[in-house]
Write a protein that binds this ligand. Sequence first.
Ligand code: G6P
Length: 373
Amino acid sequence: SAAEKGGWDSFMDKEIHEDPAAVQRTLLGRFDDSGAIELDEVRIDEHDFKAIDKIIVVACGTASYAGQVAKYAIEHWVRIPVEIELAHEFRYRDPILNARTLVVAISQSGETMDTLMALRHAREQGSKVLAICNTQGATIPRESDAVLYTHAGPEVAVASTKAFVAQITAAYLLGLYLAQVKGTMFRDEIRQQVDSLKDMPRKIQWVLDTQTAAVEQAAERMANAQSFLFLGRHVGYPVALEGALKLKEIAYTFTEGFAAGELKHGPIALVDAGEPVVFIVPPERGRSVLHTKVISGIEEVKARGATIIAVAEEGDKDVQRYADVVFWRPACPTLMSPLVDVVPLQLFAMNMAKIKGYDVDKPRNLAKSVTVE
Ligand code: G6P
């Protein structure tokens, strides 16, 4: 009903606007005044935690992309390998698991059968399983050794939005907690990351407040496009995959996401005059090598007549020069950028679907939670 949608046109619209609150609520109560991480609910004891030497994330769909984002942060912070595996692939390939492997099962619903079967397999092999889940008491957290709940609130629209930003937030907290337990970061560094995370709800809100009109115009302009390419590097890569998934799921537009570095190894063959290409452009500061490389990718497709849509940091001059459409992000550290960058892509997919007259909350052929293998 209209009341349930809180005045929004659709649940998806409402839920995208809850992105800031989803991050904020997921952070709530999980660090103390000094910025030290407190995850009381994670009942794996410190001794076992210290011994963890590998993480394998198992998940499907959007949740797997959240895991893929977290890999960049956790490997950087904790200095242990993080693998991401689609749950349905994981189980059937005889993965290498032992008591020092932490398997992280990410699931909004907590009922995805593929993910559940993967975690059962991991536990049988003697690994600890930690669930990152948005649904209290669901099967996946019940069958895990520990659970870190995302507090995004109930998600009704089939296409996952606020759960994604909450999953990244929770996985980052887990990474910082591991870094704290294993002593791979100084307390100051952990506090700095916590402070950056705490800034993100405000930055997401800024995107919602200032970029929505630009997104709507872009959707109007691109509504008839037959296909899209989404490209990103580093954490921008899984964001590109997620942006592409949203557009497929609800606007039924043929869309592929690629690592921007792969462009020259294949996807550039797809680029023709007028082809819309979405680039996730990393912040200019710090990791400027990444920035330069993404800009050169933009130049290459621009030279072939593509229409460039960029998600980029406010004031980025290179982007201003080349892009046909820009969705701006407020300045933030690279590792935090996925939390803001996905927001215009969620809005873009929703607007495309609306313009085409589709039911944004209930896309054809899809279920909110897939409880069969
Ligand atoms: C379905 C939904 C996706 C979701 C995936 C994983 O395919 O359509 O939006 O990302 O399941 O769901 P989960 O509840 O495990 O996060």
